[in-house]
Design a protein. Structure first.
Length: 312
């Protein structure tokens, strides 16, 4: 007997495969594209504190971050398969604290969940690191990523840079048990271990080249960067006047190597097929069914059996 859940809804409910040790590019956008994350000393500190708090609570390793006015990017590694808990904690804290600071009560984040793109290789990770660092420049906001007045890390921060988040006094209280300061060390990605200096230097060169190309294109198109002062002058309740493409593909993985990409996509399809079959059996009463590796929801919500990651 087929599930009564409509096909469209089932597609929207496609499960994430949460496997310990994976590295991701995480993206989340603000509702209506409002500039609610607009840089300011208070907002920057709020975001850093919430990020450090969620990372410490869940064991997530933070490699890089960039917070633009209406979206953010994080590159993280999930050692223990707790990505959903991290995102729930981080995005929930930011929403409540920012609403308190800005006197708003409605939802902060755009409908739907966060984007989590699994990075398959060292090359894919380097591509996304470059993308993250150059994001404020690509958006036409500042000429150099180091000019961005918001919260953003740099390639040099990959060398285990220590960040300290200070608890916002207007939202967190002593009774919550949240420490006044939280230290967060940016972790060098395991996949890049042994090539620290070369990687940082290479990233800095790539960023400089990319920023120059974007600057030249802006000049050729007769456009100007908004600049740090222009960014600060914006209202957090404004939104971009340009339209945003709709119904774009939402990737689940990034792999420069075509065969590796095909293999990973095939593995993801197999996981979803096995998950769907196990889900139907489980809710039909078979509590002994074993869900495929990476089935987060059934394990956390229902205590279902899930295939474990093989040692080594």
């Amino acid at each position: 007997m087929r599930s009564p859940v409509p096909t469209l809804l089932r597609l929207l409910m496609l499960p994430r495969q949460i496997i310990p040790g994976r590295t991701y590019l995480i993206t989340r956008r603000v509702a209506r594209r409002e500039l609610r994350l607009k840089p300011s000393p208070v907002v920057n500190q709020l975001l850093l504190y919430c990020l450090a708090h969620a990372a410490r609570k869940t064991g997530i390793e933070i490699h890089a971050f960039a917070f633009l006015s209406n979206h953010h990017h994080l590159i993280i590694t999930d050692p223990d398969g707790r990505l959903p808990l991290f995102c729930q904690n981080f995005h929930g804290l930011v929403a409540r604290a920012l609403n308190c600071h800005q006197g708003r009560w409605e939802y902060l984040w755009a409908p739907g969940s966060y984007s989590a793109v699994h990075l398959e290789s060292a090359e894919d990770l380097l591509d996304k690191l470059e993308y993250l660092y150059v994001n404020p420049v690509s958006a036409g906001l500042v000429r150099r990523s180091t000019d961005w007045p918001g919260l953003i890390s740099t390639p040099g921060d990959l060398a285990s840079k220590l960040k300290v988040g200070t608890r916002p006094s207007f939202f967190f209280s002593e009774r919550t048990g949240c420490p006044r300061k939280i230290k967060m060390k940016l972790v060098y990605p395991r996949i890049l271990e042994g090539r620290e200096e070369n990687v940082i230097e290479a990233l800095e060169r790539r960023i400089t080249i990319r920023e120059t190309l974007i600057g030249d294109r802006m000049i050729n198109e007769g456009r100007q960067f908004l600049g740090p002062d222009g960014v600060r002058a914006q209202s957090p309740f404004e939104f971009p006047k340009t339209s945003e493409p709709r119904r774009q593909l939402s990737p689940h993985l990034a792999a420069r190597d075509v065969w590796r990409r095909i293999e990973a996509l095939g593995q993801l399809v197999s996981f979803r097929q096995a998950y769907s079959s196990c889900r139907e059996r489980f809710f039909s009463g078979d509590r002994d069914v074993e869900f495929p590796l990476g089935s987060y929801g059934p394990r956390v919500l229902y205590g279902a059996k899930v295939q474990e990651l093989a040692p080594g």
